[in-house]
Design a protein around this ligand. Structure first.
Ligand code: NOJ
Length: 450
């Protein structure tokens, strides 16, 4: 008997109020890149440039969720998943980033929200999952301080149109990842590089996160307002002082820099000196305005990183030792499979007094799934999910705060610079035909949630 059948996990162990869900993002699933008046996003532009995405993949059609949302929502229902997290594409709603509003975009999200509610599935909306309107990038995108007002205008529109039915909101998704990859390394849209672009984007995105939270609170008094962060358990490669200090700098950058100002703690400049360069962009009242008491914090945890000191790496003086070099089991993303990371991350974020609730808004794994005789035997994904759920139970037993778990993701989709090669779905997609096949992990979850 394999472990799947043997699993001792039972939904009731997590408590009645524990939230179960599945997460997605507009650009990764919708396709319909220019349908019904939608404007271009920075990802539409980035994916059209040569050499940016593995195998030249793009997301012109992606999973065609734009047209097949009814089928996919029925699949969510079939898997007994009660909460669905999706994002709104800003350029679908506001093609140039600011007014005028594209009514067809509003109509589309109204249809999604209504279809979910009709099936008894609770909508969880992310306002920004990386697809900035390209028209705004032409004005500097997140490096322009005006981005805070552009974003605020967009949030007002979403709150006005959807706030009567959507009660669960996440303002910004994984700011450390999209600013780091998109504005420092240039490997994600908009492909900008360098410390100046990065620090400006960091500060403006953080300001926009607080501004968005405040608008939602104002316009939708009964809203449950959160924002999501990438969170990674960091360990030094050795106990040497230089590796321990390098690990501390990486931990500061990846886990603390974006959340601490929102909690009213300011930027952790003491533990990461390069952040002092932010001071030239911080206006007198900024830090006060950035503090916002979110109802919940979404944590997205996939792995741990092992860090060694490296003087040749600018600003951070540290290097990550890949899972491959460490010879440990990894997913198709090259990320080590290390479930205790989730426990450590929960323990860590529980130490912040300012966090009221924590929900795991993403966790999942990419493996090379294939359909054989109409079935996908993705045993590794099922184990991955089970093993992470066990870590959540351990955290709960230790009295740590954790209120929900959302799997990344519903269907295989467009995994950013990795294209379609990294399959994270509970449901397999044949991208030639758009055929959906529920994987065994999906069936396991369905049983578990029944
Ligand atoms: C984080 C991001 O929010 C999501 O867009 C991405 O696909 C997953 N993690 C997996 O990399």
């Amino acid at each position: 008997m394999n472990k799947v059948e043997n699993s001792f996990l039972n939904k009731s162990q997590f408590g009645q109020d524990f939230l179960w869900g599945v997460s997605t993002a507009a650009f990764q699933i919708e396709g319909a890149h220019d349908a019904d008046g939608k404007g271009s996003s920075i990802w539409d532009v980035f994916t059209s440039q040569k050499g940016k995405i593995k195998n030249g993949h793009h997301a012109i059609t992606a999973c065609d969720f734009y047209n097949s949302y009814e089928t996919d929502i029925s699949l969510i229902k079939e898997l007994n998943i009660p909460n669905f997290r999706f994002s709104i594409s800003w350029p679908r709603i506001m093609p140039t980033g600011t007014h005028p509003v594209n009514q067809a975009g509003i109509d589309y999200y109204n249809k999604i929200i209504d279809a979910l509610l009709a099936q008894g599935i609770e909508p969880w909306v992310t306002l920004y999952h990386w697809d900035l309107p390209h028209a705004l990038e032409e004005k500097g995108g997140w490096t322009n301080r005006e981005s805070v007002s552009w974003f605020s205008e967009y949030v007002e529109i979403c709150a006005t149109h959807f706030g009567d039915r959507v009660k669960n909101w996440m303002v910004i998704n994984e700011p450390s990842v999209f600013t780091g990859a998109g504005y420092f390394l240039g490997i994600h849209a908009p492909g900008k590089k360098g410390i100046t672009n990065y620090l400006k984007a960091m500060h403006h995105v953080t300001m926009a996160t607080a501004a968005g939270g405040k608008i939602l609170r104002n316009k939708i008094p009964d809203a449950n307002i959160g924002t999501t962060f990438s969170s990674t358990h960091i360990e030094p490669a050795t106990t040497s002082q230089k590796d321990v200090e390098a690990a501390k700098r990486v931990d500061t950058l990846l886990n603390r820099t974006f959340i601490e100002p929102l909690l009213g703690l300011g930027y952790p400049q003491g533990d990461l000196p390069v952040l002092k360069k932010l001071n030239s962009y911080i206006a007198p009242d900024d830090l006060e305005n950035i503090a916002f008491d979110f109802d919940f914090i979404g944590l997205q945890c996939y792995t741990r990183e092992v860090v060694k000191s490296s003087l040749i790496i600018p600003y951070i003086g540290a290097e990550l030792i890949s899972a491959e070099k460490r010879n440990v089991i990894a997913t198709d993303m090259g990320w080590e499979v290390y479930p205790p990371a989730l426990y450590h991350v929960l323990k860590r974020f529980n130490e912040y007094d300012g966090i009221k609730k924590i929900i795991i808004t993403e966790n999942g794994a990419a493996f090379p799934d294939t359909v054989k005789n109409g079935k996908v035997h993705d045993i590794k994904r099922t184990h991955y999910i089970q093993d992470h759920l066990e870590q959540i139970l351990k955290a709960k037993e230790d009295g740590l705060n954790v209120d929900g778990y959302f799997v990344w993701t519903l269907t295989d989709n467009f995994e950013w610079a990795e294209g379609y090669n990294a399959r994270f779905g509970l449901i397999h997609v044949d991208f030639e035909t758009q055929k959906r096949t529920i994987k065994n992990s999906g069936f396991w979850l369905k049983d578990f949630l029944s």
